[in-house]
Design a protein around this ligand. Structure first.
Ligand SMILES: Nc1ncnc2c1ncn2[C@@H]1O[C@H](COP(=O)(O)OP(=O)(O)O)[C@@H](O)[C@H]1O
Ligand SMILES: [Mg+2]
Length: 312
């Protein structure tokens, strides 16, 4: 078997909390995980789960209390391996008197690109993250979402094999979230290994080969989202050929909206679709799609963590 792109082995981190009588707070507890080359892994968990701590340990911004982290077969912090990785921090901060283009040319130079090559790379990357038109603007005039995009471009400057993104969707509006998902999907399609964190389950849907779910510093589950036992909380039913009146006749108007001439109906768990579908069919409706709505990550982890036998 080839070496995994990322290996965490018993990774543990205690922070000292309290000023007068510091005591250890275990932010990360014995996390072991392997990420294969080319895999897009969603590292999911509610706030405080230990995601940022894991990424900081991988970047060697902080040091583990116990355990090890390896990237491309080298210990975290290895200089040669660090040239082959990219990192978007949770709260990227850039010198805001630079333009996006100047910033990327500067980073390109740090990775040994000539000014001409760095300029070309900057143009390509800024177009790729949708900032081509704003590339000469000072970063201080950028919105949170635009800075997030600059951060991604910065993380890709050295054409990295492994990309670490800490909450890449945060601060983005729905269109920005969709663009970011598409970009991450492309990075995976290009054969890069992507490790991204999020506190929102749906950010990882239809994007990751696998997810790892963290809660209170522990890895509580890994697998494909479809295989993890997320409880179904309802359904989204989309039908064509039915009018708003047809839906109203079934008493579903409260939970229905019309999009592009189709009725989008949110069904609760006590409204199983098999009861409503024949009714709708009688009105000439055709099913476009039926999608389960799953519980949130918070709900999942509250349920799993509070199960008997599970330490909290
Ligand atoms: N520098 C720090 N000092 C003390 N505690 C910290 C520090 N950074 C994070 N923590 C604590 O460690 C836990 C994990 O935090 P973090 O890794 O930031 O979680 P996440 O990124 O999943 O939201 C939290 O309880 C947080 O309060
Ligand atoms: Mg975080």
């Amino acid at each position: 078997m080839s070496t995994p792109a990322i290996t965490l082995d018993g990774l543990t981190k205690d922070y000292a909390v309290g000023f007068w009588r510091p005591r250890p707070h275990r932010a990360l507890d014995q996390v072991s995980l392997e990420v294969a080359t080319g895999e897009v892994l969603g590292y999911l968990g509610p706030n405080g789960a230990g995601k940022t701590t894991t990424l900081k340990l991988l970047m060697q911004l902080i040091y583990p209390t116990a355990g090890t982290a390896e990237i491309l077969g080298c210990p975290a912090g290895d200089v040669d391996a660090s040239l082959r990785l990219g990192y978007l921090p949770e709260l990227p901060y850039f010198y805001d008197n630079l333009s996006a283009e100047e910033l990327l040319i500067y980073f390109g130079g740090l990775f040994g690109l000539s000014t001409a090559d760095a300029r070309e790379r900057a143009t390509t990357l800024l177009d790729r993250v949708g900032l081509g038109a704003a590339r000469h603007q000072r970063l201080r005039r950028y919105s949170k979402g635009m800075l997030q995009r600059v951060g991604i471009a910065q993380a890709l400057v050295n054409d990295p094999e492994v990309v670490f993104l800490d909450e890449p969707m945060s601060g983005l509006d729905p269109v920005g979230r969709r663009d970011m998902r598409e970009l991450i999907r492309q990075l995976g399609a290009e054969g890069r290994t992507v490790f991204f964190s999020s506190h929102i389950l749906s950010d990882a849907e239809a994007l990751c080969s696998r997810v790892a779910i963290m809660a209170r510093g522990k890895l509580i589950a890994t697998g494909r989202i479809a295989d993890l036992a997320f409880e179904v909380r309802g359904w989204e039913l989309v039908v064509s050929g039915a009018s708003a009146d047809d839906v109203r006749a079934l008493g579903l108007e409260e939970s229905t909206r019309e999009v592009d001439g189709r009725q989008v109906i949110e069904l609760a768990i006590d409204q199983p679709p098999d009861r409503i579908l024949p009714e709708l069919a009688r009105h000439g409706a055709q099913v476009v799609s039926l999608t389960p709505r799953h519980e949130s990550l918070e709900d999942y982890f509250m349920r799993v963590v509070s199960q008997p036998g599970e330490a909290s």
